[in-house]
Design a protein around this ligand. Structure first.
Ligand code: SF4
Length: 661
């Protein structure tokens, strides 16, 4: 464990490589700690005015492809006087050796100690990375608790979707940034640069105060939380006069002005995605009530077809990747997705470049899109996400897709040569019954039956993949009770039996699911308050690492830690997870402004219980969710009417004809 330290940061940031290298033959996958990938940047330490260490708190193979970190890494390194390096969670085998040999948490770019940087930025896609944050802070030699840090320690800043409720990690981070990061990191950099140039007046406290005054950086130490006798929060208020009552999210409005990544990182070791990924739009107003990403990233902002085309061309040229991922929360909803796919397919026809859409809405997928995605003969995986098995539950979650839509869509894929599709559902949704879940089996049977009839082949398969529902902050389901793990597990057991009840159809259906226990812990962390930090710390002290990995996750460890520390506060694990909140309860994140109006969210929750659907404001009048007026933003969608031009052969090379103009 680290003790409070006031040892000054090293002015030279000596590389730990000489001490790390002899350890590498003793561990699995040493290549992941070596750095030097195509796209990696190493800058001069001494001439940098501001130095960032950026972390994705998971293993290299998951962390390297993360778009958020790649974008911020490039945006920061483009600044002449700014240096940014990356660090990832080290596996327990290396952690043991690092502790034994006193090797601190290091960046993989120049193997510099993380503690020597000015800012340590950590991007959380999931709350299950919290214990890895503690490992990294502790290995770095930074005091675990923000309150114990000195001017010699970096400012630890959390970002990413989980930062929209950073209260469970408020004890461990100095600040959290809500929303889009591109402009936020530059603003933070400016504040740090000026503060350092002035001779660091007022020390760490003054720097944090300057960050808090931007109104988009949340500094937990400047807010006090009062509790009611029954454990609920009474209020969260600033404890000094010059910080805002509410902290607002950042929204990057013009995606064309931020065409990153331009130089994507090409991994040395195997990673979960090896492709050039371009975000084709940000935000989603489909209004799926469980979807935190859709709610907190509103409004929809499209990247134009021409910027996407240029990014793909330059990204592929730089990286040599053979797959292009057109990313967003619902890629087939881009107003020019058809032209984009056909333009790219045409440009790369005859090459080994393939296109993929990560997850496709059932109602937005059509035959043209299917043909464009398959044009070069390669068919990357297709995933459709009806999310709910019955029409009734799909109304509750506002996933407006019918069984007929799904069957028609999947048959389109089968008849266009796909032999395998994946269908994603959730279990444990509000108001859900066994019958709602059992309808997933009927749907999967129907998919196989219709697919066989349409193709005349028995060689088709579908995989039913089931995730546990976790209510998230800033969504209409933020008030909902979670189902107990035993209820989820029983429903999944019944579903598996129902899928296999027809042997002929069941053989063509794969079944993947997680049991309900990790979801319950994710629920504790996602809707937790500051008292939950004691649970996280206890779990970590008891060996908790890589909680997002089933082979490392221990439900028992979390349950025991919660039972040990929460009773002191008069609450327990159930209180945080299986308890429904009422309208007037102060939620731990109410002082963090995602732009969504709380009254609108409550009304949408009531509509969910009444099984009423909500339209998409891209195509219907605004329904006053609050985001656009609160954030001074607006929906930005096309079509632009422009097309991607085909490639023209020049001297045996194929270059885009628009590049020659
Ligand atoms: S404020 Fe209106 S237009 Fe903007 S995201 Fe909300 S519903 Fe859509």
């Amino acid at each position: 464990m680290s003790a409070p330290s006031t040892t000054p940061r090293s002015a030279v940031a000596n590389s730990v490589w000489p001490r790390l290298e002899p350890l590498l033959p003793q561990i699995a996958k040493p290549i992941q700690y070596v750095g030097g990938e195509l796209g990696a940047v190493v800058k001069d330490w001494d001439t940098a005015a501001v130095r960032w260490a950026l972390m994705y708190p998971d293993a290299y193979e998951v962390g390297l492809p993360n778009q958020g970190v790649q974008i911020l890494y490039e945006v920061l390194n483009e600044q002449p006087d700014v240096l940014a390096e990356r660090t990832y969670a080290v596996w327990p085998d290396l952690e043991r050796l690092m502790r034994a040999h006193q090797v601190p948490q290091f960046t993989i770019d120049a193997h510099r100690p993380v503690r020597d940087f000015d800012v340590f930025g950590v991007s959380f896609a999931t709350e299950l990375g919290y214990t890895n944050l503690l490992t990294a802070i502790d290995l770095a030699g930074i005091p675990l608790l923000a309150a114990d840090r000195s001017d010699a320690d970096p400012v630890v800043v959390a970002g990413g979707h989980a930062a929209f409720n950073p209260e469970p990690i408020a004890a461990f981070v100095d600040a959290a940034v809500l929303g889009d990061g591109e402009e936020a990191v530059l603003e933070i950099t400016t504040i740090v640069r000026e503060w350092k140039a002035e001779g660091s007046p007022g020390g760490r406290d003054e720097l944090l105060l300057r960050l808090a005054r931007t109104e988009s950086v949340y500094v937990p130490r400047f807010y006090d939380v009062d509790y009611l006798p029954d454990g609920r929060i009474q209020r969260v208020v600033p404890n000094r006069p010059d910080v805002p009552f509410r902290v607002h999210k950042r929204t990057t409005m013009d995606l064309d002005a931020w065409p990153y990544p331009k130089k994507p990182l090409v991994p040395l070791a195997e990673t979960v995605h090896e492709r050039y990924a371009v975000e084709i739009f940000r935000g989603c107003t489909r209004g799926c009530r469980f979807c935190q990403a859709g709610m907190i990233t509103r409004p929809v902002r499209e990247r134009s077809i021409t910027t996407v085309g240029q990014m793909v061309r330059e990204g592929l040229e730089f990286s040599g990747f053979h797959e292009v991922g057109l990313l967003s929360l619902s890629s087939a909803d881009h107003s020019e997705i058809g032209d984009m796919c056909s333009g790219l397919a045409q440009q790369y026809e005859g090459t080994n470049v393939s296109l993929s859409l990560p997850s496709t809405r059932v109602d937005a997928f059509n035959i043209d899109l299917a043909q464009e995605l398959a044009r070069n003969g390669r068919r990357t995986g297709l995933t459709f996400a009806p999310e709910g098995g019955s029409e009734r539950i799909r109304k509750v979650i506002n996933k407006m897709v019918s069984k007929e839509d799904l069957i028609r869509t999947v048959v389109t894929a089968y008849t266009n040569g796909w032999r395998q599709v994946k269908l994603y559902f959730m279990c444990g949704l509000p108001t859900e019954t066994d019958e709602d879940v059992l309808e997933i089996a009927a749907m999967a049977h129907e998919v196989i039956r219709a697919g066989r009839a349409a193709t005349g082949s028995r060689d088709i398969r579908c995989t039913v993949s089931i995730g546990g529902f976790v209510p998230k902050p800033h969504t209409p389901f933020q008030w909902a009770a979670m189902a107990r793990p035993e209820v989820i597990d029983n429903r999944l057991r019944l579903l598996k039996q129902a899928v296999n009840a027809d042997r002929s159809l069941g053989r063509a259906i794969g079944f993947r699911y997680h049991d309900g226990e990790p979801s319950l812990i994710e629920g504790l962390l996602s809707r937790g308050d500051r008292r939950v930090s004691a649970v996280i710390r206890r779990v970590w002290e008891n060996g908790g690492r890589f909680d997002g990995w089933s082979e490392h996750f221990s439900y028992q460890r979390w349950v025991e830690a919660a039972a040990e520390v929460l009773p002191d506060f008069g609450v327990d694990l159930d209180w945080y997870t299986t308890r429904e909140r009422d309208e007037l309860e102060v939620l731990p994140w109410d002082h963090l402004d995602s732009g969504l109006d709380k009254d609108w969210l409550w009304q949408d929750w009531q509509d969910a219980l009444g099984e009423y659907e909500q339209e998409d404001c891209r195509w219907t009048p605004c329904f006053d969710c609050g985001v656009c007026p609160a954030m001074d933003t607006e929906i930005q969608i096309g079509p632009t009417g422009r097309k991607l031009l085909p490639l023209t052969p020049v001297n045996g090379l194929r270059v885009p004809s628009d590049a020659q103009q």
